[in-house]
Design a protein. Structure first.
Ligand code: HEC
Length: 265
């Protein structure tokens, strides 16, 4: 009899809104968070009835609800049953009021949908993209710096001891440096979109100059080691330029990230 009484009241409470399902999952989620998480919340160490995910509507629906069918939904029986009525009378935030029960009922009838994640906007995509780019940029940037300097060092050593091994090592370093500089510049360019041009421009163009000189050095390095002479001089010039430029660019980048005066002796 008591259940019949509920149902009659629920029928009388049928929603008069145009779209009764609008925001239903959000409302049910908020209701459960308020009335049930004391015993079934994710942060409860020993959730009652081993049911500890009441805020996760998708999972609640999967386990306790047959969408569209109130009578066949375990959840409904727990909320309206004669025994073990949920929430229990002693619950901190009290039992469910009738209109709250009606809300859950509409939610089940409407397919027991989970709240939709906030719609993605182009802006949030750009934010995320640029922060990922920014993080990988800060990681990648170490490679061209170290490798350009290593290539320059190898060339200095080569001038001193004309060993083919040192020459090959230098070429290996500058080719890797150019490749990593390409990746670094790519991530850095997208990360820089989040900054005002006035602040990033110096860093950006110094870095592009370092990229161009290191790529050129990598490109002529096979020829330089075979022919020597003027090509080798050009190669050395490019290496020195790339090393100076990458240092200046890195210093500007450091000031962007850590603030001016991060590097004082
Ligand atoms: C004061 C604590 C408390 C609150 C608040 C509470 N419950 Fe419970 N719930 C229990 C206890 C205790 C059990 C275990 C009953 C049993 O196993 O006999 C249980 C069991 C359940 C179960 C069955 C779990 C299973 O798989 O066996 C469901 C479903 C449930 N509750 C839903 C709810 C919902 C929905 C709410 C909020 C509207 C709620 N409960 C609020 C204490 C609570």
């Amino acid at each position: 009899m008591r259940r019949l009484g509920y149902l009659l009241v629920l029928a009388a409470l049928a929603p008069a809104q145009e779209d009764p399902s609008a925001g239903l999952p959000e409302q049910v989620g908020a209701l459960f968070a308020h009335k049930c998480s004391q015993c079934h919340g994710a942060d409860v160490v020993r959730p009652k009835g081993r049911f500890g995910y009441v805020e996760d509507l998708a999972r609640v629906a999967e386990t306790y609800v047959k969408p569209g069918d109130v009578e066949d939904s375990l959840l409904w029986w727990h909320l309206t049953g004669e025994q073990e009525l949920m929430p229990p009378k002693k619950a901190k935030n009290g039992p469910l009021a009738l209109d709250e029960l009606a809300l859950v009922r509409w939610w089940i009838l409407d397919g027991a949908k989970a709240p939709q994640a906030a719609p993605r906007t182009a802006a949030s995509d750009a934010d995320e993209g640029s922060s990922l780019a920014a993080r990988s940029h800060v990681l990648l940037v170490h490679f061209p710096i170290a490798l350009i300097v290593a290539a320059l060092l190898a060339e200095v050593l080569f001038m001193w001891r004309r060993s083919a091994g040192i020459c090959a090592t230098g070429r290996f370093c500058i080719v890797l440096a150019a490749l990593s500089a390409l990746l670094t510049a790519f991530t850095g360019w997208s990360a820089g979109e989040a900054w005002s041009p006035a602040r990033v421009d110096i860093h950006r163009w110094l870095a592009v100059a370092a990229l161009i000189t290191s790529v050129l050095a990598a490109l002529i390095s096979p020829l330089a080691s075979r022919q020597g002479g003027p090509v080798r001089h050009a190669y050395r010039l490019l290496l020195v330029a790339a090393a100076v430029l990458v240092m200046l660019a890195a210093h500007q980048g450091g000031m962007l990230v850590h603030g001016e005066g991060y590097f004082t002796l």
